[in-house]
Design a protein around this ligand. Sequence first.
Ligand code: OGA
Ligand code: NI
Length: 339
Amino acid sequence: MSINSEEPPQEYIVKDSSFGSMESSDPSLGSIPIIDINIFSLSSSHDPKEVENEFEKLRSALCSEGCFQAIGHGIPSSLLDKLREVAKQFFALPAEEKHKYSRAAHEVEGYGQDRVVSEKQILDWSSRLSLMVFPEDQRRLNFWPENPSDFKDILHEYVVKLKGVMDILFKAMEKSLNLVEGSFSSQFGDNSLIKARFNFYPPCSRPDMVLGVKAHSDRSGTTVLLQDDEVGGLQIFKDDKWINVPVIPHALVVNLGDQMQIMSNGIFKSPLHRVLTNTDKLRISVATFNEPEPDKEIGPVEQLIDEERPRLYRNVKNFAAFNYECFQKGKVALEEAKI
Ligand code: OGA
Ligand code: NI
C-alpha cells in the first residue's frame, strides 16, 4: 500500500456499480441516533417516562439503522484516548517490527491485510491487527504487541469494561422487544467470544476509487466500534443511501451483526457499512465483536415467531466458519441462512 501520491494498484480499485460503488453521499441525509445507555444500566434511578423513551429510541434504531452512537457507557474518556494512542504507536512501528505479529495465511489472528480468497477480490485500503480477547484463556499472547509496552494492559482494561457494556446492551435489546431476559445472551453461552480488531487506514491518493473497507455486514452478534477521534469515513447503508457516521470522540458506535438479525428473526437489522478513504489523514479505529461459543447453535427467538412473522432463518452453528465459506463462494451468509 502506498501512502504517497502514486496511483493505487489495480487490486484496490472498486469497479462494480452496486454497493461497493463510490457514489457520493449527501451529508444532510439521515443521521445516526445517539442513545444514552446509562439509562439502561441504572433504570431504577431515572424517571420511568425517560426510561421508556430511551428503550423506544433503541428499538427504533435497531429496527431501522441497526446502528447508534452510545454515550453514557461508563468507559472513561481517558481510557479510550489511551487505547487510540497505543494503537497509533503500534501501527507507527517499522514494518519488520509489526511483522513479528503477522497473521498466518490460513489464520484469523494477527497483523496483516485482507485474507485473499480469489483473484477477483478487491482489496481494502487498510491493515489490521486481530486478537481474541475473551474467553481470557484463549488469548494468544504471542500476537499481542510488546511495543508499546502498555498495549496489553490498556487493551485488557478496555475489553473488561467493554464486556460490561455488551452485557448491558444484550439486556436492553431483550427488554426493548419485551423478551425474557437471556433470550439472546443465553444463545451465546457462558464462554462467548469477544474479538478485537485494530484497523489502520493510511491516506490514499484516490478516495474516489478505493475503499478503506468495502461494503459488508458484520458476522458478529454485536459490534462496538471506537472510531478515530478526528477522521471520519464510516458510512451506514440505509434506505438506498450511504449515511455518514459522525465523529463523536468519546461515544462508541454500536452496530448489530448478522447473528443478531437472525436471533431477532429479522426484526433488528445488521447494516451494510463501509469506510471511505481520504487523501491526507490516516485513520485508526478499534472494533470489538461478540460472537457465540462456536459450538452453540443460534436461531430466531421463539417469542418473535408467529403467523404474521414466520420464521425467517434456520438455526446456525459456528456462523463465523459458515460466513467464511459463503464469502469464498461469493455468497452472502445472511441470505444463505434463510429458510
Ligand atoms: C469492521 C468495520 C469500521 C471502521 O472492522 O468490521 O466495519 O470504521 N470497521 O473501521
Ligand atoms: Ni464492519
